[in-house]
Design a protein around this ligand. Structure first.
Ligand code: GLU
Length: 473
């Protein structure tokens, strides 16, 4: 993290909020309430490590807003976790949920550990104890606050959380909805794992399909052929690389802590992932050139730069070196306010995090609905739809006298599975969110950038909820 940053992460979020608030009509008090973090729970608890040592673990859960409940947001495991960071991330969750019309307030959790320094057994003990602390203070539950994966956590940790919660709440029929991002066998939904990366792809594709925006940037219409640089090979970076590649973009460089690899003809994320798993480093991948200094990969000539790791990676110092025309914020808060200002002044389009990476929480919403309905998506309608399609096809074939080819037939007859419905719901969500933000931006030419337009949209929705709640007349 750079020492050149003037603002803390939470201050950066507040600054973006204030910038956007000027374009709304709301009373100062209401705006202050929307901006403030409602509940901050900071805790310390002891855990006995494998060698018998007791370690005191520092952890947080912040509920930024209860204008809609439950609150929602991931839990991160990182040695850089602190209350400012968790507050910033919780605030972003509120705005994110509002933008994609997901009926939750924002929250976030963090445990200050480096997961690489702990055994699986230690991580399990830490996660279970953290969950118990949340239960004790009423900070978790399907109608209260629903955690999810974030940086350093995944399905395994979510399975420990749901198991601990269920043990402490016997007989609660909705208990599986206390956390999302679970393995399928524990009540997860198909498509949650890739959801954030897929949402980043859908959102970026929508923007690349807008003729006026592409013309302004001097780029060709559409995602095909775009040269993309991705920073981070975690769950989000891996999946957005995959979807960009599968839809005809070229991922020319992938960066990680230890360095980056480059190939002008495009890289395959799965090969790189396997290579890194095997050798412990992204470097020395056959068929790619090494870039030893990871941060210089951000400065490569490309169309789209996707920071998909942590906050504050692009600041006032390296922003002038960035050559991308579009910055697609897959991570939360990858740009400092100084970098943001530089890009507005220099005509670089920043697609903001709180909209672009909202795919994760959108599919979390679907998972939560699945848990509350106690039924997988598609169970009721799949066969009905297939029978209906068969009937229609038979009618067409008999009236036209022509037979439909086998491949087309399979496609037409297929009734929707859970994964089809989840992808369709996510695509629809990202397309309508893009449209809402772009309409606000177009209707008010004073709004300087897409981030501010996204904040205006979020602030307006949260303000209306507060008014509907009767808190502000
Ligand atoms: N941690 C993810 C985010 O920052 C997902 C949150 C969720 O699914 O609740 O958006």
């Amino acid at each position: 993290m750079s020492t050149t940053n003037t603002y803390s992460f939470f201050e950066s979020v507040e600054k973006s909020f204030d910038k956007a608030a000027k374009f709304t009509k709301w009373d100062k008090g209401l705006l202050e309430q929307i901006k403030a973090c409602n509940s901050v729970y900071s805790m310390n608890f002891p855990v006995k490590m494998d060698d018998g040592r007791i370690e005191v673990i520092e952890a947080f859960r912040v509920q930024h807003s209860q204008h809609k409940t439950p609150c929602k947001g991931g839990i991160r495991f990182s040695e850089f976790v602190n209350d400012d960071e968790v507050k910033a991330l919780a605030s972003l969750m509120t705005y994110k949920c509002a933008i994609v019309n997901v009926p939750f307030g924002g929250a976030k959790g963090g445990i200050k550990i480096n997961p690489r320094n702990h055994s699986a057994y230690e991580l399990e003990k830490i996660t279970r104890r953290y969950t118990a602390e949340l239960v004790r203070k009423n900070f978790i539950g399907p109608g209260i606050d629903v955690p999810a994966p974030d940086y350093g956590t995944g399905e395994r940790e979510m399975a420990w959380i749901v198991d601990t919660y269920q043990s402490l709440n016997p007989g609660n029929i909705d208990a599986a909805g206390c956390v999302t991002g679970k393995p399928i066998s524990q009540g997860g939904v198909h498509g949650r794992k890739e959801a954030t990366g897929l949402g980043v792809f859908y959102g970026t594709r929508e923007v690349c399909n807008m003729p006026d925006i592409m013309k302004k940037l001097g780029l060709a219409l559409g995602i095909e052929g775009k040269r993309v640089v991705v920073q981070g090979m975690g769950n989000v970076g891996y999946h957005c690389s995959k979807f960009f590649r599968e839809h005809g973009a070229k991922v020319i460089a992938i960066a990680e802590f230890e360095g980056a690899v480059f190939n002008e003809n495009g890289l395959n994320e799965e090969d790189i992932f396997q290579h890194r798993k095997r050798t412990g480093s992204i470097l020395n991948f056959a068929g790619a050139t090494n870039i030893e200094n990871s941060s210089s990969a951000l400065e490569l000539e490309c169309d789209i730069l996707v920071p998909a790791a942590l906050e504050n990676v692009i600041n006032g110092v390296n922003a002038p070196n960035i050559k991308a025309k579009i910055i697609a914020e897959a991570a939360n808060g990858p740009l400092t306010p100084e970098a943001d200002e530089y890009f507005v002044e220099n005509g670089v389009l920043v697609i903001p995090d709180m909209y672009l990476n909202a795919g994760g929480v959108t599919v979390s919403y679907f998972e939560w609905l699945k848990n509350l309905s106690h039924m997988r998506f598609g169970r009721m309608e799949k066969r009905f739809q297939e029978n209906m399609n068969k009937h229609i096809l038979n009618q067409i074939e008999s009236t036209s006298g022509k037979k439909v080819g086998e491949r087309d037939k399979d496609f037409i007859l297929h009734g929707a599975d859970e994964i089809d419905l989840v992808y369709s719901g996510l695509e629809e969500t990202m397309i309508s969110a893009t449209k809402e933000i772009m309409d606000i931006w177009k209707d008010n030419p004073q709004i300087p950038d897409m981030r501010t337009a996204a904040y205006v949209n979020a602030i307006n929705k949260v303000a209306l909820s507060y008014i509907e709640l009767g808190i502000f007349p």
